[in-house]
Design a protein around this ligand. Structure first.
Ligand code: ADP
Length: 168
């Protein structure tokens, strides 16, 4: 497969939402293969472990043969190069995403000359959607059906139920 047809979609995915899935499916219209890469960099207050996130992503994308799921540590551009890919996909929602993404993309293009970052605008119905908002709604007992697939909802509910068992 020509390497220009592989893209890496990195992120925390804690958990994966319909906003992420929309970016992946649209990415597959441009690339032959998308690698969803869960960052192993330390993250406080994560709901799911890295391995759980990988398993959840695999389960919601099990019918998508052109997607693989992986993890990475260290510099993203080193990981992208190790996969012989040249494109990083990132999603953009609000203006507030822009400054951070712009900074990271410029840094990556400075230290990783051969790697492009492709920004995809969120679809309008997911413009407000983030993993952290979904975690909060679920924690507070709200309905998350329009934000995450059923298996993710179930995993979140189980996690919060376990977390709320009083410790004696
Ligand atoms: P990170 O911690 O790297 O931002 P996230 O899992 O929050 O990890 O997001 C991964 C990528 O997906 C980011 O580029 C983010 O902007 C994008 N993204 C997240 N939610 C949405 C959404 N609702 N619509 C479009 N892009 C999104």
């Amino acid at each position: 497969m020509p390497h220009s047809r592989i893209a890496v979609y990195p992120g925390s995915f804690d958990p994966i939402t319909y906003g992420h899935l929309d970016i992946i499916r649209r990415g597959l219209k441009i690339f032959n293969h998308v690698i969803v890469a869960v960052a192993r960099n330390s993250q406080k207050n994560a709901l799911f472990s890295i391995d759980e996130r990988v398993e959840l992503i695999k389960s919601v994308l099990k019918d998508e043969s052109r997607v693989s799921v992986d993890t990475f540590t260290g510099l993203l551009i080193d990981y992208v190069a190790s996969k012989e890919a040249h494109v990083i996909i990132r999603g953009l929602r609000a203006i507030s995403d822009f400054e951070y993404e712009f900074q990271i993309a410029q840094m990556n293009s400075t230290i990783g000359h051969d790697i492009e970052t492709l920004f995809m605008m969120t679809s309008v119905q997911y413009g407000y959607l983030s993993s952290s908002i979904v975690r909060e709604v679920c924690l507070l007992g709200g309905t998350v059906d329009s934000f995450v697939p059923p298996e993710i909802k179930k995993a979140m509910q189980q996690k919060y139920a376990l977390n709320s068992i009083p410790k004696v």
